[in-house]
Design a protein around this ligand. Structure first.
Ligand code: IMP
Length: 199
């Protein structure tokens, strides 16, 4: 079976992507499983597309195998799309998810629920040693809740409320989140594109 490397050090993302790709035509391996330990990549792009490509390229250059990278984040309408590509470091460098959630709640303190619209975005790049490149994007809309709820998931999940389900991402099981998430949508499109190429 052909192999593909997941270019991420985020264990939550890796777990989600491995589950979503369980029916993939490739053996899905993390960088660590491929022998690339503590490989840090400087994400200095200004867009999800740029950062996703930076990560995929760095790992492909190291390992020479097809590589998939996700760059993702939360875009809040009231904040003109912030924190966006800075989602992981919204409250500063090396902060916890909790610090970022607190900062977001603080910034939106005076903003009523109906004006707290937001979306999660995932841009996934798959790069091949031939130089071929597939870029896909998945999004899901929701609202930033007034308080955190739920224990599952990671990052902003306890604050990301989906009105249709009346639950935050963190109140969904991993199976439920992986049906509808931005990452799941992007990976579904990737699978369709690979099928069209008979990969
Ligand atoms: P990246 O590793 O630079 O792509 O940073 C992604 C950041 O966006 C994460 O650290 C989270 O803060 C946030 N994020 C992306 N996807 C999700 C998700 O599915 N749930 C919660 N937070 C997410």
């Amino acid at each position: 079976m052909k192999k593909v490397i997941l270019a991420s050090n985020n264990s939550h993302k890796l777990e989600e992507m491995k589950k979503i790709l369980s029916d993939f035509n490739y053996e899905v391996v993390t960088m660590e499983e491929a022998g690339l330990i503590n490989f840090e990549i400087v994400e200095d792009g200004k867009t999800f597309e740029e950062n996703s490509l930076i990560k995929a390229k760095a790992v492909l250059e190291k390992l020479g195998e097809p590589t998939i990278a996700d760059d993702s984040g939360l875009m809040v309408d009231y904040l003109d799309g912030e924190p966006g590509v800075y989602s992981a470091r919204y409250a500063g460098e090396n902060v916890s998810y909790e610090d970022n959630n607190k900062k977001l709640l603080g910034v939106l303190e005076e903003v009523p629920f109906l004006e707290r619209k937001a979306k999660f975005v995932s841009v996934i790049t798959m790069l091949f040693p031939s130089g071929d490149e597939i870029v896909v994007r998945g999004e899901i809309e929701g609202n930033i809740a007034l308080t955190e709820s739920g224990e599952n998931g990671f990052g902003y999940d306890p604050l990301f409320y989906i009105p249709e389900l009346k639950k935050t991402f963190a109140e969904l099981s991993s199976e439920e989140k992986n049906e509808i998430s931005h990452r799941a949508k992007a990976l579904k499109i990737l699978k369709e594109k690979l099928n069209q190429r008979n990969e």
